[in-house]
Design a protein around this ligand. Structure first.
Ligand SMILES: NC(=O)c1ccc[n+]([C@@H]2O[C@H](COP(=O)([O-])OP(=O)(O)OC[C@H]3O[C@@H](n4cnc5c(N)ncnc54)[C@H](O)[C@@H]3O)[C@@H](O)[C@H]2O)c1
Length: 256
């Protein structure tokens, strides 16, 4: 598959990430078919895409795009509860949550990819937005290990510039390059990440949660400083835009 062949993007999940990914892709000119479990979730996702804090309406008000561009973008968006509607997608990204209170659920992702693999066309490239899981473990649920990568976005998905492109030993170089070009066309800067066993969290989450956030928690547990003072120290001392406790809370909430 060449980059020009990617015209329709399937998005599994219309939550914090799936909604933001869909919003980004329709504005970039792609047709998007976004699937979630109920019409209520889909209606809420569309409302957030339009009226949310990082939504299209605010983008028009701030002069980032015109109302006409927004109308055209929304005309490229299809919301569905039927997984079969993703059968003709050229690229499918999975951004499903793990159920109430659980952000990630590996058995659930494996099951969903196994089902999707039977429905999607053979050439379609699959990607997971998983923050932690070893991509090869998810790819193993499919017959397309050579066309299966991690593409890890950051929240809010339509604002943050980074995409981690995670490659397994099975994925072809041409496919990595197509996905890197797709990230570029979606306005993202990609970094290449070798997939590792052990669900470690790629680059940024691995360093932040296993290193920085864990140490910040220890500082508080030892009574060295309060969370607020830890955040203040890192912002004023190291010029971070947000402290470790603020960063952790913001990403999970979708930044309100
Ligand atoms: N929130 C973040 O900051 C962030 C950042 C990067 C990556 N991620 C990853 O993205 C994924 C989704 O996270 P989120 O924050 O958007 O979660 P979320 O809970 O906001 O949304 C997940 C959505 O998936 C839906 N869903 C569950 N099963 C489904 C299925 N079979 N088909 C279609 N939809 C289904 C749920 O109904 C829900 O609407 C997770 O793997 C998470 O680790 C999250």
């Amino acid at each position: 598959m060449k980059i020009e062949d990617i015209k329709t993007i399937g998005v599994m999940g219309a939550g914090v990430m799936g909604g933001g990914i869909s919003q980004t892709a329709i504005l970039a000119g792609y047709n998007v078919i976004c699937r979630d479990l109920t019409d209520e979730i889909l209606a809420k996702a569309k409302d957030t895409m339009i009226n949310g804090r990082f939504g299209l309406k605010g983008g028009v008000e701030r002069g980032k795009h015109t109302q006409q561009q927004v109308d055209e973008a929304l005309a490229r968006l299809t919301l569905t509860t039927k997984v079969e509607d993703l059968k003709d997608c050229d690229f499918v990204i999975e951004a499903i949550g793990g159920g109430p209170g659980q952000l990630e659920n590996k058995p659930m992702k494996i099951k969903v990819f196994g089902e999707l693999d039977k429905i999607a066309k053979k050439e379609a490239i699959f990607a997971s937005n998983t923050s932690y899981f070893t991509v090869a473990d998810l790819a193993a649920a499919t017959e397309r290990k050579d066309r299966f990568l991690g593409v890890h976005w950051f929240s809010p998905a339509n604002i943050m510039k980074l995409a981690e492109v995670i490659y397994t030993p099975d994925v072809k170089e041409e496919v990595i390059q197509v996905v890197e070009e797709l990230c570029k066309r979606l306005g993202k800067t990609s970094v290449r990440v070798k997939d590792m066993p052990g669900d470690l969290g790629h680059i940024a989450n691995r360093i932040f949660y296993r290193g920085v956030a864990a140490e910040a928690r220890k500082v508080v547990e030892e009574g060295v400083a309060s969370p607020q003072d830890v955040d203040t120290a890192m912002k004023l001392g190291f010029n971070w835009p947000a402290g470790p406790f603020e960063l952790g809370a913001g990403a999970r909430s979708g930044w309100g």
